[in-house]
Each structure stands twice: as C-alpha cells, then as structure tokens.
Design a protein around this ligand. Structure first.
Ligand code: ADP
Ligand code: MG
Length: 482
C-alpha cells in the first residue's frame, strides 16, 4: 500500500461497545452470573427458556444504564420499552434476545477523547439495555458443540457511537474512554480479555473531501484494545487497496483472526439476519421519574475528566501527571488519601508516579492489590519530609515495605537509617574525608568547585547513608572554604 493512495482516502469508523454490568443478578432472573463458573450452574428455568417463565426486570440494570447515560451527556427517555430480537441459535434457548429497538433509554450524548496533538468530541447515538446469549463451545468435544448457558441473561448495555471516528488511534482512545467511564461508575469491570467489554467496529473509507459515506463492513471478535486498533487498521488498508484495484467494498460482517492478524468474511448483507423486532409483551415499559433521575445524579462519582482538571489546579501538577493519576479511579483515590495524610501533593505524586506505578506495572497489579496502603506510604513520606531519612534511605525502606507489613519508622530504625543531623557525629567523618584526599582538596581550592559533590558522596558513603546530605554539604563547604 503506497502512502499516496492512503492520503487520498479518509476512514470513517463507528463503534458498538457491549459492557457487561456488575449487577448482583441477571437482567431478568434472580441468579448471579459469575465468570468462570462450572457450565450450566448459574441458570434458572427462565435462562433455559422454559415455557411459562416470566422475566422480571432487575432494577439495577436500569439504574446502571442511567448512570452511564448521565456520565456521557445523554438524554434519558422518560419511557422506553423492551423489544424481542428474534434469531435461532443453540445458545439462545428462548429463540429471541430481549433488547431495545427504536426507544433506547439513553440517546444523543458524547464523550471527549484526547489524542497526542488534539482533543475531539465523539457523539454517542444511543445506549440501550439487553441480555446476553449463552456460549457455544466448539473445542472441547471432537464431535459435538457444547452449550453453556451461564452467560444467558447477563445484563448488557450497548453503547453505539456516531460515525465520528477517523483513525484507529481515535477508536482506541474512544474505547479507552468508555472503559474508564464504566470503571469509574463501577458498573462494569471493563475487562476485554474476559469479554466483559466487547467491541464491534464499523469501518468504511471515502475520498477526502467527499460528503457521502462509503459502504461499511463490520468487524467482530477483537478481544483486546490492541486488536481493535490493528483490525481497524487492516480493514482500512484492505478497503483502500480494493478500491484502488478497481473493486468495490461489499457490506459484510468480518471476523478478526488474532493469530493470523487478518480478517475474513463471516456473512454479507444478503445473509444478514432479519430480527423481526417486536415489543416484548412480558415486560412493562421502563419509566424514569424525575426523582429517580435526581437520585442517580447525586450518586455519580467525580469522573476522570473533571478530576483531572481539579488535580491540575488544586495540586499544581502537569497535565500528563494528572492524566496518569486519574486514569483509574482507585489510583486517584489512593493518591488523594496520601495527600490528605501528608499535606504534600508534590512528594505524594513523586513517589506514586515513580515507585508505586513501577511496582504495579512490573507485577501487573491493580492499586487495590498493592501491599503498601496509603497510610503506610504517607508515613514514609513524612519521615522524609521531617528530615528523619534521606532519599536513598526512603528508597531502601520502600523496597522493604513491599515485602512485609512493617511501618516506615520501625523499618528506618531496624535498618539503622534514621538520618543523623548531629554535627558531633558528622564532623569527624568529614574531617577524615578531607584528610584522606589532599589532591582533591588542592584542586578544589584551585577553583574546581564541582569537587564538592565528590566530598559529599564520600562522606555519605562513610556514614552508610545515614547522614543528612544538606548538612554534610554545608559542613564540607565551610571547612574547605576556610
Ligand atoms: P446496525 O444496527 O446495522 O449495526 P447502525 O446504523 O446502528 O447499524 O450503525 C452501527 C454503527 O455503524 C454505528 O456506530 C455507526 O456510527 C456506524 N456507521 C454507520 N454508517 C457507517 C459508515 N458508512 N462507515 C462507518 N461506520 C458507520
Ligand atoms: Mg451493528
């Protein structure tokens, strides 16, 4: 693919994101859906599609989707209805999925995404409620397909974007933003690898400057953020190449193959399902009252965008630092707790951004699993602030704290790292260093003032890291300059 051809074209992308909600029970049945349970253990007669069973709506399904709608600036319909989406598949025993059709509960919202060089607002067409289907398992029995219905009836929300995205990077940023929001709201764990967040991507290309959209394809089966980006990239090039070679894009659904890093057609428009949507007769309309809306609005946490701006102004930090610290709600909570205990936003961000994040990354941990809680980390920072330990001791103690639950001060004593600021202790050390290095002393006196660092280093070493470096420096300077 030549870059010339690519510059002639522009991609148009719209995402359909499914988020599995963290409700205590399924959408319409009183059983808890849990990832990884033994097959067909989390089911009721309703999930199995037995005749005579009737669905009852889980109130939290409605509350959670309204949270999402409010967080993404959507209008919330006062009244919306469920619809049956009919299709035949072994993992769908009822023969239909309960979803919403032309009256989604949330509509016309947006999210703001940040790219390296620019920010952009992405429209959200609609967010609706639906239930998940079960799972067909093709790789455990050589002759048969097995069906696990644990997932059948799990509550989902589907977030449909406007075709506002133009590059794979924008799609990645948008998806990350959606993940961040559902995690802040605590309505979905956002785990793409486990399938609790899923994404279909609609992709078309058109000549730059052209108004009408090109024919789109829909990509499915991408189970990580990187794969979404790669699959879209691949599809853009595939379509451009096709058009450049005189062909035309046909509307079709394509499956992404992670191992081959390519997509292949699954079904074309002619084979597309006719879902014969009709209103679900077994469920009443969902009515959202003003009181309910107000109550949910009150429950909304401060979201990442707002929190980030506050961190910048309140704690005087850079945009990048604020972005990193507010990326996860729990990391931001942790940081704020440390600031509260220490009263020192700068030291707190230094330590969290360097040491804490380093450990989390190395060990693939979430901050909630981190062994040093905010209180213990604060105690460490305070020791440093009160000049009881120096920076290298802080590092040593931090590493020790990772291994056990001992407090910072106890460790400092145990490891003999309490800083000595007593000149009675420091003077003999400094005198010795000066005696032992006559050549350096001479060069220093001849004007090579950079040698001060050398003396300080030697004295720190002689004190086995316990000396207060500022005091050592002052002392050495005084002696040498005399
Ligand atoms: P369907 O219900 O058939 O999936 P929708 O009209 O709901 O179709 O659109 C699904 C997604 O496709 C939306 O995210 C929308 O933004 C996107 N989309 C629509 N037209 C195009 C296009 N020409 N190119 C890329 N994406 C598109
Ligand atoms: Mg679709």
């Amino acid at each position: 693919m030549s870059t010339i051809a690519h510059e002639k074209y522009e991609a148009v992308i719209g995402l359909e994101v499914h988020a599995q909600l963290l409700t205590e029970s399924k959408a319409f049945a009183a059983v808890k859906p849990e990832y990884g349970g033994a097959p067909n253990t989390q089911v009721t007669p309703l999930c199995l599609g037995h005749p005579g069973t009737l669905p009852v709506i889980n109130e939290n399904l409605v509350r959670y989707i309204i949270k999402m709608g409010l967080a993404t600036h959507c209008g919330i319909a006062e009244r919306s209805i469920f619809a049956r989406k009919n299709y035949f598949y072994p993992d769908l025993p009822k023969g239909y999925q309960i979803s919403q059709f032309d009256t989604p509960i949330c509509h016309d919202g947006y999210v703001d995404i940040e790219l390296d060089d620019y920010d952009k607002r992405i429209g959200i067409t609609r967010i609706h409620m639906e239930e998940d289907a079960g799972k067909s398992i093709h790789d455990q029995d050589p002759y048969n397909t097995l069906v696990d219905l644990n997932r059948a009836g799990t509550p989902l929300i589907e977030i449909v974007s406007e075709p506002d995205l133009r590059t794979p990077q924008e799609a990645y940023a948008y998806l990350s933003k959606i993940k961040q929001i559902v995690q802040y709201l605590e309505i979905c764990d956002g785990n793409m690898e486990e399938g609790s967040l899923r994404c279909d991507a609609n992709v078309s290309v058109r000549l730059r400057g052209q108004k009408e959209f090109g024919t789109r394809t829909e990509l499915k089966n991408m189970n990580s953020f990187r794969n979404v980006e790669r699959a879209i990239e691949y599809e853009i090039y595939r379509q451009i190449e096709l058009i450049e070679d005189g062909g035309t894009v046909v509307q079709q659904t394509r499956l992404w193959d992670t191992s081959k890093m390519e997509s292949r057609p699954m079904r074309s428009k002619e084979e597309a399902h006719d879902y014969r949507y009709f209103p679900e007769p077994d469920l009443p309309p969902v009515v959202v009252t003003d009181e309910m809306l107000e109550e949910i609005r009150e429950e909304l946490p401060e979201l990442a965008d707002v929190r980030r701006k506050r961190f910048i102004s309140e704690f005087k930090m850079s945009e990048d630092d604020a972005t990193t610290l507010t990326d996860s709600r729990y990391l931001a909570d942790y940081y704020e707790e440390v600031v509260e205990h220490t009263g020192n936003p700068k030291s707190a961000s230094n330590l969290v951004l360097s040491e804490v994040l380093r450990v989390l990354n190395e060990q693939s941990l979430d901050i909630r699993e981190f062994s040093i809680d905010a209180q213990r980390l604060s105690d460490l920072i305070r020791l440093k602030e009160e000049d009881k330990i120096n920076s290298s001791a802080m590092q040593t103690i931090f590493n020790e704290m990772l291994k056990n639950g001992t407090g910072a001060e106890d460790l400092a004593k145990e490891l003999n790292l309490i800083q000595v600021s007593d000149s009675g202790f420091l003077e003999p050390i400094v005198d010795e260093i000066i005696d032992q290095n006559p050549d350096e002393v001479k060069r220093y006196k001849d004007g090579k003032k950079q040698l001060l660092g050398f003396f300080v280093g030697q004295a720190m070493k002689a004190s086995r890291g316990k000396a207060n470096p500022q005091l050592v420096k002052d002392l050495i300077q005084k002696k040498l300059d005399n």
